[in-house]
Design a protein around this ligand. Structure first.
Ligand SMILES: *Cc1c(COP(=O)(O)O)cnc(C)c1O
Length: 394
């Protein structure tokens, strides 16, 4: 990188060093100064690489995007200010009034809101369908359908989508298959290898992993689609902060280790919960008693996921007693942190849902979703044993 030019207001130049920094430098500069209009021409015309204005791109976003590209086995992805910014850039950058989209019926809450409220307001029709059954989703496809948006493992019921069936369907019907790979991560599932056209991540979650940034990522295999996603993100200002990108890159350095450990602990915790009196039901995709166990094994191999859901007998009173007794675990609506977090869908992510519809999905007042972190597994087992006992006593 070139030294900053001396200026009247910021006279200091950066000290020269023959040796280079080991850690990626943080570049908070919003603007980049050029030597001359000729040099700017060279940049804009692609004859020289360079930055102009941070909303259009900056080094820390590009360094992070390149690392995420490598993980997904693709090129040209962009980092956005949040996972929802990535979802929005893909949908609103590629769809137009008159188009139709089919979405999974258990998408992330704000993705569902985009599908059911915002897109229809802009003239884009949407239908929600069950992604675990490609045949039933096929019935929702129309002549104007342009896109299918699914998550591989749903939140919080941890159902596994029929990804192979959906990829076949998308190919046969000429529809873009968009995969939100947040829960599964490229370590457990690689959507492009399975036939996806576009991949989205909330980098906020497992990839960055420390609950100190919100970031997203979107990448299309096709360069023209990617250009449209990029232009929409730049125009509407979905740009990430350099510091957030820098932090996420630091988090990513330990991602493989964190994921490995968290999913192993999740599998062990799921088995432990299933032995506790007071736990009515455990959901973990890699357990034999999960409705999608065979598919989970086929798609996720031995990786599984770090999420476990379970149902306490005893409703809201048991739920209150459980979170109060679960000392050392954050009762907080996020996932993928280094620490284990508990989420209670009925009072948070799914509170707006009609209670009957919620019950139909199996989310009673006793239903919890656990994002398993990096704590010692014996310590985790002990906390859950104690908190479930407290819930039973309530
Ligand atoms: C959290 C999440 C999002 C949204 O990401 P933000 O970074 O919070 O905007 C999208 N999809 C899934 C599956 C998520 O878990």
């Amino acid at each position: 990188m070139r030294n900053s030019r001396p200026s009247l207001i910021r006279p200091a130049t950066f000290p020269e060093s023959l040796s280079s920094p080991v850690v990626t430098p943080l570049s908070p500069s919003v603007v980049y100064a050029s030597d001359s209009p000729d040099e700017l021409d060279a940049q804009y015309e692609g004859r020289a690489q360079g930055y102009t204005y941070a909303r259009e791109g900056h080094p820390n976003a590009d360094v992070l995007a390149a690392r995420l590209d490598a993980m997904e086995g693709v090129q040209g992805g962009i980092v956005t200010g949040s996972g929802m910014a990535a979802v929005s850039a893909v949908m609103m950058g590629l769809l137009k009034a008159g188009d139709h989209v089919v979405g999974g019926d258990q998408l992330y809450g704000r993705s569902l809101r985009l599908m059911t409220q915002d897109l229809p307001r802009l003239g884009i029709a949407t239908t929600l369908a069950d992604p675990t059954d490609a045949a039933s989703l096929a019935a929702a496809i129309r002549r104007e359908t342009r896109m299918i948006l699914v998550e591989v493992v749903s939140n919080p019921t941890l159902r596994v989508a029929d990804m192979d069936g959906l990829a076949r369907l998308a190919r046969e019907r000429g529809v873009l298959l968009v995969v939100d790979n947040t829960f599964t991560t490229p370590r457990a599932y690689r959507p492009f290898e399975a036939g996806a056209d576009i991949v989205i991540h909330s980098v906020t979650k497992l990839l960055a992993g420390h609950s100190d940034v919100t970031l997203g990522y979107a990448v299309a295999r096709d360069a023209d689609l990617q250009k449209a996603i990029y232009d929409f993100a730049v125009t509407t200002g979905l740009t990430p902060s350099p510091f957030d990108c820098w932090l996420a890159e630091r988090g990513l350095a330990t991602f493989d280790l964190r994921f490995e450990r968290a999913q192993q602990s999740a599998a062990a915790l799921a088995d432990h919960l299933a032995t506790l009196p007071g736990v009515a039901r455990v959901l973990y995709p890699m357990r034999e008693d999960h409705p999608d166990a065979a598919r989970a094994r086929a798609l996720l191999g031995d990786q599984g996921c770090n999420m476990v859901s379970f149902e306490l007998a005893g409703g809201r009173a048991a739920a209150n007693a459980f979170t109060r007794a679960a000392q050392g675990l954050a009762f907080a609506p996020t996932l993928g942190d280094v620490g284990t977090t508990l989420s209670h869908p009925a009072s948070s992510s799914h509170r707006a849902m009609d209670p009957a519809a919620r019950a139909a999905l199996g989310m009673s007042e006793g239903f919890f979703r656990v994002s398993v972190g990096l704590e010692d597994i014996d310590a985790l087992r002990a906390v859950f044993t104690e908190a479930v006992a407290a819930a039973q006593a309530a």
